[in-house]
Design a protein around this ligand. Sequence first.
Ligand code: HEM
Length: 381
Amino acid sequence: MAFTFRLSYNPDMLDDSFTDRMRQSGDPLADAVIAEYIGAGEIPELNALLGRLHANMGDPAGYPPRLAAFFEESSRLPPWADPERIARAQRLFTLHGPIFGLVMLFKSLPILYAGGKGGAQVLAMTGQLNNHYRRRASETLRFILDVMEPGGLDAGGKGIRTAQKVRLMHAAIRAYASASPLWKGRREAWGPPINQEELAGTMLAFSTVTLDGVAAMGLKVDRRDAEAYLHAWKVIGHILGIDPGLYPKNLGQARVFWKSLVRRNFLRTEQGLVLIRDHQEFMATLIPGRLLDRGIPTLLRYLMGRKISDKVLDLPESRAPFVLLLFLVETFRLQKLGFLLFPGLVRRARAVSVELMEAFQAYLNAGHSRPFRVPPSLTRH
Ligand code: HEM
């Protein structure tokens, strides 16, 4: 066990000078693949590839050698990956999918708009695309469903493939965004787009920050389940190319690390404000009628906290639908109690939860799915 920790944890992680170095670092393996396409002037081929990856990538064995080597190398799980803890995390997610999905929409995704040192800026660059918020929510949910389905992180699992594709997309965006006028003169302060520090922050947003949100929504997660969830996200982080020095040892350390990332990166920016405004408009399209729309900022504020809401994202205070929030929290609390009293319900509930999440992802995707492309605005300079 001690060996496991040594491999997956770097005691320097909380040291600012280490994080400063990580901020300057991209993802050499994926960046080299993308650089080859760009160097050969093969942007249409790159876009075709990203489009194919988005849909269904086929057999990587038929790919050009460097790409095939990337898929081979990045599919290997780290030696410290623990199948038991991964399976435990997947069981947690499949049982409580809807609450995790809710927290993803109201906390894990929008909290990233607060990252003002290149994070919000790069999201805003691709945010001009049609249906951006819908596609982003849909694809992020697809990602989470793929990695969290039982077996999703086994050799050849769906989740591994999905994470590899996203890793290449990130590298393509990194290449183009860093050459954009916005990055001019900012490279030293911001580091490359989607750099290691930003990646680690997002890994935490989808793990520890999500777990805190789930708890705030009334679901008490068993400590071992919660640690397993973080473990699974470290494994996902590995496939996404995150430096092993950035994996927190446990939830306690993850929270301290998250705080330091908030201190280092969160600030009010023009792009962050546009992103949070448009995100709310997108959420309003998901809720029938107008009556409940005022509940959107309320839930965002509740989950992201007053400080970020007031100082960084300008989310207005509104008490009106607070009773609805209480109703939601009580529902999740009672659901857990129901599972404790009637364990026989768990299997059925798991099947329903997965079906619900799949149906929601299909709904988000319906008629809006279009292959991801490097935005033309980024390739024109
Ligand atoms: C654990 C870390 C991360 C995960 C799991 C993740 C996941 C994803 C997923 C699922 C997609 C969707 C691909 C598609 O549209 O088909 C995506 C795209 C994208 N990601 Fe990430 N991401 C992570 C980190 C980051 C970071 C740190 C940034 C930078 C701020 C970033 C910026 C983007 C951008 C700009 C896109 C392109 C499409 C869009 O704008 O939605 N990601 N990522």
